[in-house]
Design a protein around this ligand. Structure first.
Ligand code: AKG
Ligand code: MN
Length: 201
């Protein structure tokens, strides 16, 4: 593992998932999307986010006029499907956590999707890391620090890369600037799927 940047606890594992392991995740991921269809979250201010989302696990992450939050229900009112075993295995191999993740958030990016700089801070215990898996087209990840005004650095995340944000990096600002179209065929020319695992309670 390499500790990159000057933020302690930010670990990138390039190519952690082989092409075969990436392909093996597709069916379980499609099953999640079948049970809990992707939706466009709205910001509390009423703007449509450019990333489509859904979740697996006890909680999903939702956003609408009532704010950003975890919810035990998909916007349709249904509970979320379970987190696939292969994804739980990745968490337990890398997270150093004794707990299971309670949310497996799927973010689907297309050519025009971005994710603005933000902190992941809707969880209760910031000692638990956030683990992220990138699939499909490469995305330019922007990593800052705990203070929004601090300088940021960019790194391209490619299909199969896994990132762990723990320690000081757990509350660092981060986002996705852009997607490199055609950089992977896993999901088609234009799509990037990011999976983040979080302990919520
Ligand atoms: O897509 C990514 O790599 C980052 C996703 C993210 O930061 C989030 O879902 O909170
Ligand atoms: Mn985040």
């Amino acid at each position: 593992m390499t500790d990159q940047f000057n933020v302690q606890g930010f670990t990138i594992l390039p190519g952690y998932l082989s092409p075969v392991a990436q392909a093996a995740l597709l069916e379980p991921l499609r099953n999640i999307i079948r049970a809990a269809p992707l939706y466009w979250p709205q910001t509390p201010g009423g703007r449509k986010m450019s990333v489509r989302m859904t979740s697996a696990g006890r909680f999903g992450w939702v956003s609408d006029r009532m704010g950003y939050r975890y919810s035990e229900h998909h916007p349709s009112g249904q509970t979320w499907p379970p987190i696939p075993d292969d994804i739980l295995t990745i968490w337990h191999s890398l997270s150093n956590s004794q707990r299971d993740p309670e949310c497996c958030l799927l973010n689907l990016y297309d050519a025009k999707s971005r994710m603005g700089l933000h902190q992941d801070k809707d969880e209760t215990d910031f000692h638990q890391p956030v683990l992220s898996i990138s699939l499909g087209c490469s995305g330019r990840f922007r990593m800052g620090q705990k203070d929004r005004k601090e300088r940021t650095q960019a790194i391209w995340l490619h299909s199969g890369d896994v990132v762990v944000m723990g320690g000081a990096a757990r509350l660092a600002y981060h986002g996705i600037d852009k997607i490199r179209l055609g950089s992977s065929q896993l999901l088609g020319q234009e799509q990037r799927l990011n999976i983040t695992l979080r302990v919520v309670t």
